[in-house]
Design a protein around this ligand. Structure first.
Ligand code: PLP
Length: 238
């Protein structure tokens, strides 16, 4: 970690982010309690996660399986009582040779975009754990470099995922192309929210995972239930 990150108190950063989320929710006429903060810890050490967990954050996300497979057990062994209350979210690209690790280590997967991967995750979810909560990732900006399915492919994938016993389909995730214009950000998030209507009824209450450091107020205005914040919470990544 660099000096900037270590010199600012994690509890202070958490309070600042929570206040900004509450402001955005109230501005949109929403209850701040309906927006869950998920801390994105990629390329930050277990120490940084532990500090935020000690300050009261319970939802953490990771993008890279190998990194998570070191970090999660490190957190669990060092602060077992705290770790028992944490929820781990997987938000990265999913390779088929990593599905077993994801099904075993995580509670929620936000980045589902293929039936094959869904089938593997379902079959590999340990029987003693509840079904793996899954969101379908929508490639709302049509970027070829990003994961996610095009909006028109959501209903078919959703129907297939909903039929798998090891998974519990709960909603959608999106990471729109960066855009500094808040109205365009909002329009992209609105397109994702509209797709919730195409999910099977069993999906309720729906989760809508959208919004990062750069655009979370617009995401909250468009109905996000989960915002995924890295930089603003953990400081800059190396
Ligand atoms: C890195 C990442 C985030 C967090 O981005 P910040 O700009 O650091 O807040 C959120 N979602 C996904 C999918 C990411 O990869």
């Amino acid at each position: 970690m660099n000096d900037v990150t270590t010199s600012i108190d994690p509890a202070g950063r958490l309070a600042t982010v929570r206040a900004a989320i509450a402001d955005a929710a109230r501005h949109a006429g929403r209850d701040p309690d309906d927006v869950t903060l998920v801390g994105v810890g990629k390329r930050h050490p277990a120490d940084a996660v532990i500090a935020l967990a000690q300050a009261g954050l319970v939802d953490f996300a990771e993008n890279y399986v190998d990194e998570a497979l070191e970090k999660i057990p490190a957190v669990e062994s060092r602060v077992p009582d705290l770790a028992a209350r944490l929820t781990w979210h997987y938000i990265g690209r999913i390779q088929s040779n990593k599905t077993r690790a994801i099904a075993e280590a995580f509670d929620v997967v936000h980045s589902l975009d293929r039936v094959k991967i869904a089938e593997r995750l379902s079959g590999q979810r340990p029987e003693e754990r509840p079904p793996l909560v899954c969101l379908i990732e929508v490639n709302v900006s049509g970027e070829s470099t990003k994961g996610g399915v095009p909006p028109e492919a959501v209903p078919e994938l959703a129907a297939a995922v909903a039929a798998l016993p090891g998974l519990s389909l709960r909603g959608l995730m999106a990471l729109p192309a960066p855009d500094t214009d808040e109205r365009r950000q909002h329009a992209a998030f609105e397109r994702v929210r509209a797709l919730l209507d195409t999910l099977p009824d069993t999906t309720a209450p729906a989760m809508l995972s959208m919004g990062t450091t750069a655009d979370f107020p617009a995401a909250i205005a468009a109905g996000a239930t989960h915002v995924r914040i890295g930089t603003l919470l953990f400081g800059p990544r190396e």
